[in-house]
Design a protein around this ligand. Sequence first.
Ligand code: P6P
Length: 298
Amino acid sequence: MATEEKPTSTETASNETTITQILDVVARAAPEIRAGLPGRRIYAEQNNPSGETPMEADIYADEMLCERLGDLDGVGEYASEERQEVIDTGSGLSVCVDPLDGSSNLKPNNTLGTILAVYDAPLPAAGSDMVAAAYVLYGATTTMITAYDDTVTEYVVQDDGEYEAVREDVTLPEDPSVYGFGGRVPEWIDPFTEYVREVESDPSMKLRYGGSMIGDVNQVLTYGGIFAYPTLTDHPEGKLRVQFEGYPVGYILETAGGRSSDGEQSLMDVEKDGLHSRTPVYVGNEELIERLEAALDD
Ligand code: P6P
């Protein structure tokens, strides 16, 4: 359903079924993706649309998710960070994935994850078209965070693909304690650098930056704080992709009672000119994001 009219109850029920099926596919694929990581820690030959060199593991995860999500009757389009074009899979909801966010963490055995965004509109879709978002983390355990129907839920995923909710109605802690800021310090703009110094001077705040956005965002969701991959002097648009990273983490953190921003507005309001457009990403507790936007506005 991609029309402007209010969805019928049948369309809504159908979308709800499809969203549940999409989340189920991603959860049940997670152990297979995880099991396929060890033998795929080598770089692929082709660059992705963002000009980055993916690992064989990125391609492996993308091909699995494209086939399984594309097979769902209610999924009409599939797109991924690893593919230039949108894949037409019929009619229904549009699914975007970052198959392995932070795959460069594979070699040092650090956390990485799969990011999912579901839109009720043709791609490239707007943030307002998002109807669900989720991420899987391949960490010490395999977990999945979902944001759907105005609530955030955390699941533990077992090796056999079975998964159970371990935290329901997840909200950001009110006393933030972690921060993680990406990019090279010399490339930060001065107002951001000054903001970072202010955050660092707070004795209750600790640095937690692991190099995988989704792992770092999960620290913020768990402990409260702020994650940023900011605008950079040489790259004002930052590094992270709107459709595959900015919108889903913005949706998840705002559903959990936090805030998201591109430095001026909610990530969900960011307009983009293409499927692989980038945006600065700032997500976390409301007060920290408000202070950041004020600092960047000076
Ligand atoms: P840097 C991973 O490649 C990624 O896209 C995000 O997951 C992560 O936040 C960022 O890049 C890390 O970038 O410049 O610190 O290597």
